[in-house]
Design a protein around this ligand. Structure first.
Ligand code: VG1
Ligand code: CO
Length: 550
């Protein structure tokens, strides 16, 4: 064991989901080590060692994943850990890591991923710590880790050789046992407990149920192979881009219609709509996001959450009922309408899964989701891509209706929330901060303004008080509430690695059934223009149009 002198980096503050930087930034000497040691200090016993502690370690397979794991193993040995559970070949999807932490009751886990950000030598890398409940560390823990990064002066590491991560089994490094584990087995078992595999298998066998899944060359490939192909009998060629690659095949592993283009083409371009699959789905770099498509039909993630909430009791594991639902603030209010009807609470949290943890632990909610293609339940403490795909597949098998019919029937009952997110990417950080500050300062004047057909009913800066531990998170985004029933929300991304990304969320509620099948872009056109003028976007950022619309 050796103790290495080091000095702090001033840019290791975790964002929405851990620390994310360009890969080359992570590769500089001591950068990863400093952050890992800062996590270990935050986990440590009173003597600053991690003696006797256990940890899950794995990542989404992107470039630098394997080297980072070898470093973490050597540092864990030096810090006194007694056991590590490491994903075979360094691979663990984020939901699988959450499951392993919970199932094997470890003291937490380290997940190496930059999720939907591109990977490779010129892409991004990331690291985050999950607590013993299996969920992303809450702000008080990430604040403690950040504080440690600012005062660190040394880290501990051993000089063992790299270990072989390819064969499941136990490797002993003196007091540390490293168990290499194939998480596909545990994860598949959990999915079988939640969903009706026999029913789905039958539908696939008699050709009444079909799926095309795009793993985007990211982490879900092996899980999809076992669950969709081996267990449910889906054809090999209907699981596309299934091989995890360190650079995701040069793609951008973000499951939306722009980046999962191959899948989107399959679902939209079949000459005969009857021959295209019933369900199209994709997942992201680390397997926690999902996109749901029907035949020539896109389901917004916000609608997906609402539909899951309305139909939850149809699914095997949730027959005993639902305690409540939660959505992140910018997510559309579709789930709220369902909660109202079911007579259950609907919580509105800041962006990021870490805010759902307490609500799930306290059984205040059974389901939760975000507009950014994330949904999940109390089965783990992360959003879960494959789980969401199985939810829809199981629902289709039960209802024997198309995705489009399920969604339009839902709108007819609850109203439709037209929804879009406009991202202005990699803008100048100072300009972005100035834009938010200017908006914040203008809130008192914005109220009661009239813009076109819209009146501003309320304008505020979202602040959240956790109902379990009372912790307060401020400045979580500007909400402009309009009449007729619409919202515009502004916030800055906390996962980007270059400059700042401004996210503008647009939402319009429509109860008139004859107006529920219009074109989203057209319906939201006026709100989009309003968003640009309210925040003076072109003037302050130099961008007239968003880079990405989802
Ligand atoms: C984005 C999404 C947020 C999500 C986060 C992590 O954060 O908006 O909803 O929880 O990514 O997702 P931000 O701060 O960039 O808006 V993942 O799949 O990248 O772990
Ligand atoms: Co992700």
């Amino acid at each position: 064991m050796k103790t290495v002198n080091t000095s702090p980096f001033d840019d290791q503050k975790p964002g929405t989901s851990g620390l994310r930087k360009q890969t080359c930034h992570f590769q500089q000497p001591d950068y990863l080590e400093n952050f890992v040691q800062s996590i270990f200090f935050a986990m440590a016993n009173s003597d600053e060692s991690c003696a006797g502690k256990t940890l899950v370690v794995g990542g989404d397979g992107r470039f630098f994943n394997l080297q980072a794991i070898q470093t973490i193993v050597k540092m864990a040995a030096a810090n006194g850990f007694s056991k590590l559970l490491v994903g075979k070949n360094g691979i663990l999807s984020t939901p699988a890591a959450s499951l392993l932490i919970r199932k094997y009751k470890t003291d937490g886990g380290i997940i190496l991923s930059a999720s939907h950000n591109p990977g490779g030598e010129n892409g991004d890398f990331g690291i985050k710590y999950n607590t013993p409940n299996g969920g992303p560390a809450p702000e008080k823990v990430t604040d403690a880790i950040y504080k440690n990064t600012l005062s660190i002066s040394e880290y501990k590491i051993t000089e063992y050789d790299d270990i072989d991560l390819s064969v499941p089994g136990i490797i002993s490094l003196d007091k540390l046992n490293v168990e290499i584990i194939d998480s596909v087995v545990d994860y598949t078992e959990m999915m079988q407990e939640i969903f009706d595999f026999d029913l789905m298998k039958k539908g696939v066998a008699d050709n009444t149920l079909s799926l095309c899944f795009d793993a985007m060359h990211a982490v879900t490939g092996p899980y999809a192979q076992e669950i969709f192909i081996n267990q449910l009998g889906i054809n090999q060629e209907n699981v596309i881009n299934a091989k995890p690659l360190p650079d995701f095949g040069g793609g951008h592993p973000d499951p939306n219609q722009a980046h999962a283009k191959e899948l989107t083409d399959i679902m939209y371009s079949a000459s005969d709509i009857n021959t295209s699959p019933d369900l199209g789905a994709a997942s992201d770099g680390d397997g926690d996001r999902n996109m749901i498509l029907g035949k020539q039909f896109f389901v917004t993630p916000s609608d997906s959450l609402a539909i899951m909430t309305a139909n939850l009791s149809e699914i095997k594991a949730y027959k005993s009922g639902i305690s409540g639902v939660a959505r992140s603030m910018p997510t559309s209010q579709a789930a709220d309408k369902v909660a109202e009807k079911l007579g259950i609470p609907c919580y509105e949290t800041p962006t990021g899964w870490k805010f759902f943890g307490n609500l799930l632990d306290d059984n205040k909610i059974t389901l939760c989701g975000e507009e950014s293609f994330g949904s999940g339940s109390n089965h783990i403490r992360e959003k879960d891509g494959i789980w969401a795909v199985l939810f829809w597949l199981n629902l289709l098998a039960i209802k024997k209706q198309s995705v489009k019919d399920i969604v339009t029937a839902h709108w007819a009952t609850y109203g439709r929330h037209y929804y879009a997110r406009h991202d202005y990417e990699a803008i100048d950080t100072d300009a972005a901060n100035k834009l938010m500050e200017t908006l914040r300062n203008s809130l008192p004047d914005i109220k009661s303004k009239t813009l076109g057909n819209y009146t501003i009913k309320e304008a505020c800066d979202f602040s959240y008080t956790d109902p379990i531990d009372g912790s307060v998170s401020e400045k979580q985004g500007i909400i402009i509430q309009l009449s007729p029933d619409s919202r515009i929300i502004f916030r800055l991304s906390g996962t980007g690695t270059q400059g700042a990304t401004l996210r503008v969320y647009l939402e319009k509620y429509e109860t008139d059934i004859s107006k529920q099948s219009l074109d989203t872009t057209q319906v939201l056109q006026t709100l989009a223009e309003l968003s640009k003028s309210i925040a003076d976007i072109a003037n302050l950022t130099g961008r007239a149009e968003p880079d990405v619309v989802t």
